[in-house]
Design a protein around this ligand. Structure first.
Ligand SMILES: Cc1cc2nc3c(=O)[nH]c(=O)nc-3n(C[C@H](O)[C@H](O)[C@H](O)COP(=O)(O)OP(=O)(O)OC[C@H]3O[C@@H](n4cnc5c(N)ncnc54)[C@H](O)[C@@H]3O)c2cc1C
Length: 455
C-alpha cells in the first residue's frame, strides 16, 4: 500500500517545528514527508532588526534546514502558489520558475505572513518592510548609502532628506528596528566627521495612542522614554498620508524630507491563504482549536497564517497573536494531530499561556516582560538576548549569534555597504513575492490539468 503523503508548506517557526516532530515521531514506513520552501533556511525573524543594524550577520539568523543527516524530509525548493483542497493538490512554483503540482493526503499550511499595507499613495513603491532577510540586508545597505551620500553632498536639502528616517509601526518589530538603526546612525558620527549630528533624525510613528500596548502602560512608557532620550521623535495617533521618493507626508500635515521609509505596521496572512477560497478571520485562515480547516479534509493550518483559537484566554472568539512563541508550539501540536489522524486517534486542541515579550532596543537598552515580570535595562537585555539565544535551533546558529554579539560589543559597528541592489528599484512586493499567487480558479485549472497529464 502506498504511504500517505504529508506536505508541509513553509519552513518558518511553525513549519520546521512540525517537520522535525514528524521526522522524530513517525516511522519512515508510516508516511512520506515533503516540505515546500523557497529558501534552504529557517529565518529567526525576531533578530532581523539586528541584521539591519549590522550587529549580526545575515547568515547567523538563517538556520540551515540541512544540518543533520537524520533529516529525511524531501525539500522542494519553491513557493506554493495555490492549494486545491478538493483535488488535494498544492501548486508549487519552483525556484527555477517551473510550476508543478504536488499531490498530498495531508497538508500543513505554515506560510506565515507578509507586511500589511494600506492604500496610501506612493507606499507600495517607496516603503520597505522588515520581514525577510533580503529586506533587512537591503535596508542596512540603504541606510549606510544615505550616510555616504549625505557626507559627500554640498546640497543642504539633499543632506536633510538623506539624514531623516521614518519607521511606521510602534509594535515590537518597528520599535526594535527604529531603536537599533538609530543607534547605528548615531554611532556613525565618529566615522563621518563631516555630518552634522543635529541633521540625523529618526521618526517612529504609529496611528495607535501607545507603543507596544502588549507590554502594558508602564513598560510601554519606559520604552518611549528610552527612545525619546536618544532623540527619536515618537509620534502617536499619526500615520502616513503620502509617500514619495524624497519626502513623506504625515496625516498631521507635516512633510518630512526623507528617503528612507520603513513600514512595519503589522502583518497579514500569506496570500496563499486566499487561494483556498475558505473562511478567514481578518485574513487568517479560520481553523479549529485542533488546527484543522472545517470542511476541508486533510488540511491543517497554523502560525501567522491561521486564526488559531486562543483557549488560554477567557474571551470568546480570541485568536492567538502572530508570534514565534505560538507558531513554534503550534508546529509541535499540529504534528501530533497529523500523527493522531494517521493512527485513527483523537486530536488534541492547542492551548498555550503566553510567556510574555522581550524587546531589545540595542546596547544596554531593553524592556521585557517575561511571565508578567516587568524588567528594564540590563536585566531586560539579559532576558531578551538569553531568550532569543536559547530559542535558536542549532548550536552553530547559537555560536554565530553569540560571537557576533561579542564582536560588536568589543569592536563596535562597521559601515560597510556591499552595494546590494543599489540601482534596482526594490519594493515590498519584490521582497515578499506577494504578486506570485494564483486565483482560486487558476489553482483549480492547474490542478485539473496536472491530473489529466498524469492520466
Ligand atoms: C522584525 C520582527 C520581530 C519579531 N519579534 C518577535 C519576538 O520578539 N517574539 C515573537 O514571538 N515573535 C516575533 N515576531 C513574530 C514572529 O517572527 C512570527 O510570528 C513567526 O515568524 C511566525 O511563524 P510562522 O512559522 O507562522 O511564519 P514564518 O516564521 O514567517 O515562516 C513562514 C515561512 O514560510 C515561507 N513561505 C512563505 N510563503 C510561502 C509559500 N507560498 N510557499 C512556501 N513557503 C512559503 C517563508 O519563506 C517562511 O520561511 C517578529 C517578527 C518580525 C518581523
Amino acid at each position: 500500500m502506498a504511504r500517505p503523503k504529508i506536505l508541509v508548506v513553509g519552513a518558518g517557526f511553525a513549519g520546521v517545528e512540525c517537520v522535525r516532530r514528524l521526522e522524530r515521531r513517525l516511522g519512515s514506513d508510516e508516511a512520506d514527508l515533503a516540505l515546500v520552501t523557497p529558501f534552504s533556511y529557517q529565518l529567526y525573524l525576531p533578530l532581523l532588526p539586528q541584521v539591519a543594524s549590522g550587529i549580526l550577520t545575515p547568515q547567523s539568523i538563517a538556520v540551515s534546514l540541512r544540518r543533520s543527516r537524520r533529516y529525511r524530509t524531501r525539500i522542494i525548493p519553491g513557493g506554493a502558489v495555490g492549494v486545491d483542497t478538493k483535488a488535494k493538490v498544492c501548486v508549487v512554483r519552483k525556484v527555477t520558475g517551473e510550476v508543478v503540482n504536488e499531490p498530498y493526503d495531508h497538508i500543513v499550511l505554515a506560510p506565515g505572513s507578509v507586511t500589511r499595507t494600506f492604500d496610501i499613495p506612493g507606499l507600495a513603491d517607496n516603503a520597505r518592510g522588515m520581514k525577510t532577510l533580503a529586506e533587512a540586508a537591503f535596508i542596512r545597505d540603504h541606510v549606510i548609502a544615505q550616510l555616504d551620500l549625505a557626507d559627500a553632498s554640498h546640497d543642504e536639502a539633499e543632506r536633510a532628506s538623506r539624514l531623516q528616517f521614518v519607521v511606521v509601526g510602534g509594535g515590537y518589530a518597528g520599535t526594535e528596528t527604529a531603536a537599533c538603526l538609530q543607534r547605528l546612525t548615531s554611532n556613525a558620527l565618529c566615522r563621518y566627521p563631516r555630518l552634522d549630528p543635529r541633521q540625523i533624525k529618526w521618526h517612529l510613528i504609529d496611528i495607535a495612542p501607545k507603543l507596544m500596548p502588549e507590554l502594558g502602560d508602564k513598560l510601554g512608557l519606559s520604552a518611549q522614554k528610552i527612545l525619546r532620550d536618544r532623540g527619536i521623535d515618537v509620534s502617536l495617533g499619526v500615520s502616513v498620508a503620502k509617500a514619495g521618493p524624497e519626502e513623506v507626508t504625515l496625516t498631521d500635515g507635516r512633510v518630512l524630507p526623507c528617503r528612507t521609509l520603513i513600514w512595519t505596521a503589522g502583518v497579514t496572512a500569506s496570500p496563499l491563504i486566499g487561494t483556498l477560497d475558505a473562511e478567514t478571520v481578518r485574513g487568517r485562515l479560520a481553523v479549529t482549536a485542533q488546527m484543522t480547516v472545517p470542511g476541508r479534509s486533510g488540511v491543517f493550518a497554523l502560525g501567522d497564517a491561521a486564526a488559531v483559537p486562543d483557549l488560554a484566554k477567557d474571551e470568546d472568539g480570541s485568536v492567538c497573536p502572530p508570534t514565534a512563541q505560538h507558531a513554534m508550539r503550534q508546529g509541535r501540536a499540529v504534528a501530533d494531530n497529523v500523527i493522531a489522524t494517521l493512527r485513527g486517534r483523537p486530536l488534541k486542541p492547542y492551548v498555550h499561556h503566553d510567556l510574555g515579550l522581550v524587546v531589545d532596543l540595542g546596547g544596554r537598552d531593553a524592556v521585557s516582560k517575561p511571565l508578567g515580570v516587568e524588567l528594564r535595562g540590563m536585566p531586560a537585555q539579559a532576558a531578551a538576548r538569553g531568550y532569543h539565544w536559547s530559542a535558536l535551533r542549532t548550536n552553530v546558529a547559537k555560536t554565530r549569534v553569540l560571537t557576533n554579539w561579542l564582536l560588536n560589543a568589543v569592536a563596535g559597528d562597521d559601515f560597510v555597504r556591499i552595494g546590494f541592489l543599489a540601482r534596482t528599484p526594490a519594493a515590498m512586493r519584490d521582497f515578499e513575492y506577494t504578486d506570485a499567487y494564483l486565483t482560486p480558479e487558476q489553482v483549480r485549472e492547474h490542478a485539473a490539468a496536472g491530473h489529466l497529464q498524469q492520466e
